[in-house]
Design a protein around this ligand. Structure first.
Ligand code: MN
Length: 132
């Protein structure tokens, strides 16, 4: 399976941030879907099956930690790796994200190469699980 077949869901309310990140990831042959918040997420996920989710933690309405908990407690979405993306470089934020069920964490401004390596790692782990 080539990396070009991976579908990544980016949940980010800031349009400039999501556009820039989408563009950069598309250059690495990821297919990027964007949702601005958790509003229609359950409907979206009934029809689309992302291989990985990039979750902004600060979202209008339902925040990213609550969304993560909901996704990880639903059998249909529990296996999708989630990387928390947070603007708060405050201590404790990473711990909160991991406690909520996020598989990894990265702070804004995003170090793109670090993000890529985290994504590739989680996608590889999941691929190995699914072929066992
Ligand atoms: Mn935000």
């Amino acid at each position: 399976m080539s990396i070009s077949s991976y579908n990544i869901l980016l949940i980010e309310d800031n349009e400039l941030n999501s556009m820039l990140l989408k563009r950069r990831l598309e250059k690495h042959d990821f297919n990027i879907w964007v949702q601005q918040d958790g509003h229609f997420l359950s409907v979206f996920l009934k029809q689309n099956h992302p291989d990985l989710i990039l979750m902004d933690l600060a979202l209008p309405g339902i925040d990213g930690l609550v969304l993560t908990q909901a996704l990880k407690s639903s059998p249909q979405t529990a296996a999708i790796p989630i990387i928390a993306v947070s603007a708060y470089a405050m201590s404790g934020d990473k711990a909160k994200a991991l406690t909520a069920g996020c598989d990894d964490y990265i702070s804004k401004p995003v170090d793109f190469n670090l993000l890529l390596s985290k994504m590739e790692h989680l996608l590889k782990v999941n691929r190995e699980k699914s072929t066992m």
